[in-house]
Design a binder for this molecule. Structure first.
Ligand code: ADP
Length: 465
C-alpha cells in the first residue's frame, strides 16, 4: 500500500479532463430525432452489460458531422453529462498545426488519462485536421500527421467494444477522412447535425432564454423567422447581446425588440466575416504576420510552412503553420525554453495590436491566441518548469491555485514584453509581410522566408526567464 500511496501522490493532474461539465440533453435544442441516437450512446455507458450480453457491438467511435456552431461539442458534453462520466477533449487542429511532432504522444496521453478515469467520453474536435486521407499531404508535415493518425487508430482499436471509453469526434468534412478511420470498430457511426430550421431556431432561442430575465410576451417565432441560416452558436450570441442591451438601458427584462436588434447585429457580423473590408483584411494580416515574424526568431518554431489569412471553415481568422524541428519534440514534453517561445508567439497578435493600433483601440482579434498563451503558461507552471516552483511536488493542491495563476501571469507578462520587443525590431519585416498577405492572402514558405531575408533583423534572444 506504500506504493499505492506514492502513486496517488505522484499522479499528474489530467490535462485533457474538462471539469464540471454539467450539460444535459435539455440544454441542446432543435435536434428532433437525432436526440434518440444520442440517447442510445448514453445507454452504452449506463447499460453496457445488457448490450454485451445480447451480443450488440458497442461502437468505439461516433462521428458528429455538421457545420461549425450547430452544437456538436455541446452534444458530446451532454452525452457525458447524461451518462455521468468524465469528459476529455482535444482539438485536432491544435496538435497538428503547432505541435506537429508531439501529436502522437498527445493522443497517447489523452487516451491514457481517459482510461485511468473511465468511464469517459473522449471528444476530438475538428477530426479532419488530423484524419485527412493519408498521402494527400506531401512532405514531412504529412509524415508527422500520419504518425498522429496512426496513434489515434491504435487507441481507437484498444477500446473497441468495451464501452467504458467512447470517442466522439466532430467534423465538417466526413468526405475527406482517411478510410481507415471510418472502418468498422472505429468511427463507424455517423450522425449528421444540420443547421436548424425555423422551429429548431425558435427552440434554441428558448433554451438560451431560460436563464435570462425575459419579458413574458417575447415573440420567439419572430426572431426565429429573421435568423434564417444561423446556427446555435449565433442564436446563443443573440440572446447574450440582447441581455447586454437591456442592462445598458437600465431595464430589467429582455424584450422582443432587444432580440431583433441583436439579431441584426449578428447578421451584420456574419456578412463582415464573409466579405471582409480592406481594414479587416489588414487587421487579420497583422494578427497572423505577428505570429510568423516572432516565431521565425525561435529555433524550434522557425520552420514555418505557410502563412494565410484566407478564411477557413468559418472558424479561425487565418493561420500560421509552424513545424517543430527537433527530435526532442517527438516524444513527450516540450523543453522549457521552447514552451516560453511558444507562449511568446501566441501573445504576438496582442502585442501587434497594441503597437499598430494603440492601447486605446484594442480589438478582440487576438482573444483566441491569448487564451492559448494563458493555458500554456499554466502548463508551464504546473509542469514545475518555472524557476520559482521548481521541484515542488503536490503543487496543484487547492490553496496554491492562486499562486499558480499569479506565476502564470508573470510569465505571460515577460513573454508579452519579449513579443513586443521582437516586433519592434522587425517593423520592416512586419510591414512587408502584412502588405503581401493583404495582396495575396497566402504566403508560401519560400515567399515568407524571402521577405525574412530582405527585411528581417534576426537577433538571437537570450532566454528571458
Ligand atoms: P460546434 O461544436 O458544432 O462547432 P458548439 O457545440 O461549440 O458547436 O456550439 C457553441 C455554442 O452554441 C454552444 O455552447 C451553445 O451555447 C450554442 N449552441 C449551439 N448549438 C446549440 C443547440 N442545438 N442548442 C442549444 N445551444 C446551442
Amino acid at each position: 500500500s506504500g506504493a499505492r500511496v506514492r502513486r496517488a501522490h505522484n499522479k499528474r493532474l489530467p490535462q485533457y479532463l474538462e471539469r464540471g461539465v454539467d450539460v444535459k440533453f435539455s440544454d441542446v435544442a432543435g435536434l428532433g430525432k437525432i436526440r434518440l441516437e444520442l440517447e442510445e450512446i448514453v445507454k452504452f455507458f449506463t447499460h453496457g452489460e445488457m448490450y454485451r450480453r445480447r451480443g450488440v457491438r458497442i461502437p468505439g467511435g461516433i462521428l458528429l458531422c455538421g457545420p461549425p456552431g450547430v452544437g456538436k461539442t455541446l452534444l458530446a458534453k451532454a452525452v457525458a453529462g447524461e451518462a455521468g462520466v468524465n469528459f476529455f477533449s482535444i482539438s485536432a487542429s491544435q496538435f497538428v498545426e503547432i505541435y506537429v511532432g508531439v501529436g502522437a504522444s498527445r493522443v497517447r496521453a489523452l487516451y491514457q488519462e481517459a482510461r485511468e478515469n473511465a468511464p469517459s467520453v473522449v471528444f476530438i474536435d475538428e477530426l479532419d485536421a488530423v484524419g485527412r486521407e493519408r498521402g494527400l499531404i506531401k512532405g514531412s508535415g504529412g509524415q508527422e500527421r500520419d504518425a498522429t493518425l496512426n496513434q489515434l487508430l491504435v487507441c481507437l482499436d484498444g477500446f473497441e467494444g468495451r464501452g467504458n471509453v467512447i470517442t466522439i469526434a466532430s467534423t465538417n468534412r466526413p468526405d475527406i477522412l482517411d478510410p481507415a478511420l471510418v472502418r468498422p470498430g472505429r468511427f463507424d457511426r455517423k450522425i449528421f447535425i444540420p443547421k436548424p430550421g425555423l422551429i429548431g431556431r425558435m427552440e434554441i432561442l428558448q433554451v438560451h432564454a431560460r436563464k435570462k430575465p425575459m419579458a413574458e410576451d417575447v415573440d420567439y417565432m419572430a426572431v426565429a423567422s429573421m435568423t434564417d441560416g444561423m446556427v446555435g452558436a449565433e442564436l446563443a450570441n443573440i440572446v447574450e447581446v440582447a441581455a447586454i442591451n437591456m442592462i445598458r438601458d437600465g431595464r430589467t427584462e429582455i424584450t422582443t425588440d432587444d432580440l431583433l436588434q441583436a439579431a441584426q447585429i449578428e447578421e451584420r457580423g456574419m456578412l463582415d466575416r464573409k466579405e471582409r473590408g480592406p481594414e479587416t483584411w489588414k487587421q487579420v494580416a497583422i494578427n497572423e504576420a505577428a505570429m510568423a515574424v516572432v516565431a521565425v526568431n525561435f529555433p524550434d518554431l522557425r520552420n514555418i510552412e505557410f502563412v494565410t489569412i484566407a478564411p477557413r471553415a468559418g472558424r479561425e481568422l487565418g493561420y500560421v503553420r509552424m513545424k517543430m524541428d527537433h527530435i526532442k519534440f517527438a516524444e513527450g514534453m516540450l523543453s522549457r525554453q521552447s514552451l516560453l517561445d511558444h507562449i511568446t508567439v501566441q501573445l504576438a497578435p496582442r502585442a501587434a495590436d497594441e503597437l499598430w493600433y494603440g492601447e486605446g483601440q484594442l480589438s478582440t482579434i487576438w482573444a483566441e491566441t491569448a487564451d492559448n498563451a494563458r493555458s500554456a503558461a499554466r502548463m508551464f507552471v504546473l509542469g514545475g518548469l518555472s524557476e520559482k516552483h521548481h521541484g515542488l511536488s503536490n503543487f496543484w493542491v487547492a490553496d496554491r491555485i492562486n499562486e499558480i495563476d499569479l506565476e502564470a501571469l508573470r510569465i505571460m507578462n515577460m513573454c508579452y514584453e519579449r513579443a513586443k520587443e521582437i516586433l519592434q525590431q522587425n517593423r520592416k519585416l512586419m510591414d512587408a509581410v502584412v502588405d503581401e498577405l493583404v495582396r495575396k492572402k497566402s504566403l508560401t514558405k519560400q515567399e515568407f522566408f524571402g521577405l525574412v531575408e530582405l527585411h528581417g533583423s534576426l537577433k538571437p534572444m537570450p532566454p528571458s526567464i
